[in-house]
Design a protein around this ligand. Structure first.
Ligand SMILES: NC(=O)c1ccc[n+]([C@@H]2O[C@H](COP(=O)([O-])OP(=O)(O)OC[C@H]3O[C@@H](n4cnc5c(N)ncnc54)[C@H](OP(=O)(O)O)[C@@H]3O)[C@@H](O)[C@H]2O)c1
Length: 345
């Protein structure tokens, strides 16, 4: 058994986009599991946009990672030592092991995985992001056949789940994605009816003009993943009784804010509020960690669809823990194509 493990810690709080020197690769002794704990060799680790927020020392729904602390992440791997009756050596498990080659957690904080689907699916399509898309759409978006849905970051694990579930329920689905290749994936792999490349439209006005063609009956559900220019383009196109599950605003994460409307200011806020009133819209922010009571229902519905290929899966796998910071920087710039994962061991 390895005597040491590798971890990536937060070396400095980024100003704007993270850079190499904000991270440090360190070695630590391999822990011995205490009573009730399990030691796992991490095989794959998830990289997710929320991690950018954890790097800032700002008030949010979760505490920041302290300077010198291990970056937070979900991972999947193999149990190599167990001090719990619930896990045996060789079992596969998911847990919040961090950016690390190994993790030692109480058994009650881990989930056992079976071999029916590839391990990586527990990080993406059947993990936190896929669950987020399914929950936000079905519970907050309340989709109905014949309606129109728009989602950006549409080829990522959240957006692609939203699009596929909405399509299966008979909605007209419009993807917004970065670049022609991602737009092609959106329509050909994930079944969106139309895809718009946000890089092709320099401002909200030109994007809105394209959206008017893509969504001629207006928009009933805008699944908010990005904020910024896309939100500004979409908002005036929302139909009466429209729903906006507010999931993320990645356009603003590197600016240290949760998105926002380009060119917005206090003078714009009353107009925004009145459109919510006049159109009787439902705008629901949600943080998925508060909704895991629905996770069993999600798995029961979606895991069989993944197994049969009815829900398509796209993963972008980077090799090596040491390459995680670069992969993460790329994710925040849209360089990932599909769910960003790091293969560790
Ligand atoms: N509320 C929750 O509990 C919760 C849980 C999970 C995820 N989320 C949020 O859901 C969203 C999607 O997450 P994900 O894991 O599926 O990520 P993802 O799609 O794999 O990756 C992020 C994508 O965002 C897009 N993007 C980045 N900067 C952008 C910008 N300035 N303008 C437009 N698009 C930009 C890029 O796609 P393109 O190249 O296609 O533009 C990039 O590939 C994020 O906002 C995330 O924070 C929220």
């Amino acid at each position: 058994m390895t005597e040491t493990m590798h971890q990536i810690t937060l070396a400095a709080r980024p100003e704007g986009a993270p850079k190499d020197s904000d991270f440090a690769l360190v070695q630590a002794p391999l822990p011995t599991p205490a009573e009730g704990e399990v030691l796992v060799r991490v095989q794959y680790m998830s990289l997710d946009p929320y991690m950018r927020g954890r790097m800032d020392d700002a008030k949010s729904y979760a505490a920041p990672v302290p300077i010198g602390g291990v970056m937070e992440a979900g991972g999947v791997g193999e149990v190599i030592a167990s001090n719990s009756p619930h896990f045996a050596v060789g079992d596969k498990a998911f847990g919040m092991f961090g950016w690390a080659s190994h993790g030692c957690l109480p058994a009650k904080e881990m989930r056992k995985l079976d071999d029916s689907l590839p391990l990586t699916t527990a990080l993406g399509v059947l993990g936190m992001p896929g669950f987020t898309g399914w929950y936000g759409l079905t519970e907050l978006g309340r989709p109905k056949a014949g309606e129109t849905l728009v989602v950006a970051a549409a080829t990522g694990p959240v957006g692609s789940m939203v699009g596929q579930i909405a399509k299966a329920r008979g909605l007209h689905t419009v993807a917004i994605a970065g670049g022609p290749d991602k737009c092609k994936l959106a329509t050909e792999k994930f079944g969106f009816d139309v895809a718009l490349d946000h890089y092709a439209y320099p401002d909200a006005k030109s994007l809105r003009a394209a959206l008017k063609e893509a969504a001629p009956k207006g928009i009933d559900i805008y699944f908010e993943n990005v904020g910024g220019k896309i939100f500004e383009a979409v908002l005036p196109m929302m139909n009466t009784f429209g729903r906006i599950p507010v999931c993320g605003m990645i356009a603003g994460y590197n600016a240290g804010r949760l998105g926002g409307v380009a060119g917005s200011g206090p003078d714009r806020l009353p107009a925004l509020w009145s459109s919510i009133l006049v159109k009787q819209m439902s705008v629901n922010g949600f943080i998925i960690s508060n909704h895991y009571d629905h996770y069993g229902k999600f798995l029961a519905e979606v895991a069989p669809l993944v197994a049969t290929g009815e829900i398509a899966v796209l993963e972008d796998i980077t090799e090596g823990l040491e390459n995680a910071p670069r992969a993460f920087m790329g994710l925040l710039e849209g360089k990932n194509v599909g769910k960003q994962i790091v293969k560790i061991g």
